[in-house]
Design a binder for this molecule. Sequence first.
Ligand code: ADP
Ligand code: MG
Length: 218
Amino acid sequence: MIRTHQLAYSYAAGATLRFEDTDVPQGGVLLLRGASGSGKSTWLALAAGLLAATSGDITVSSQPLKALGKVAGDAWRAQTIGFLPQKLHLSAALSVHDNLAMAQWAAGHAQDESRIAEALAALDVQALASRKPSQLSGGQAQRVALARAVLLKPKVILADEPTASLDDDSAAASLALLRATALREGATLVIATHDARVKTFFSDEKGINTMEIGGLSL
Ligand code: ADP
Ligand code: MG
């Protein structure tokens, strides 16, 4: 679940981004819509506890983020948040398998081969385990990044512009994969997007939460 109340954030030199209140149940979907520069990535960073709200409150998976310090926040994030960034940030020097192993080490977990195999199989990329990221298509790389995002069984999946630069078929496939993955994991899914196709994709599904982000206000 994710609940916000009068959430706002100001970058040091900038005006204040104010976000509409939202209340998304566990396992629900939130579409975060708005023009480029409206604050979608900032909202995701607030939900991931990477930025601290300037004012207002945000509770993610029953945890009020205000109460988390830096060290506790890092551990909480590793347990709770699966992030699919706009730029996938796969390590170029590492194989697909080792990219996932590194995510386990970085979270302070022991390497767990059976979970790595399970996550790769769930995203249908197990055959690519020994490849380097440069040897993957865009769609394959996104599947690998999503396998890495769900590796630690997050409660929340945050996807930043997952359909940017994808053609219609690939965009639909990417969204279907995100939805199926979130459903399988029981995770709340947040998709930040300025792509009108995303709303259309979810138009037949009931209970989708949508937030339109308006941009800067003084
Ligand atoms: P979106 O993801 O919707 O394109 P962002 O959340 O990235 O929007 O940015 C929202 C606003 O905050 C923009 O005006 C952007 O220029 C500004 N911004 C983003 N990151 C920073 C930063 N690190 N320092 C100052 N301003 C920033
Ligand atoms: Mg953005």
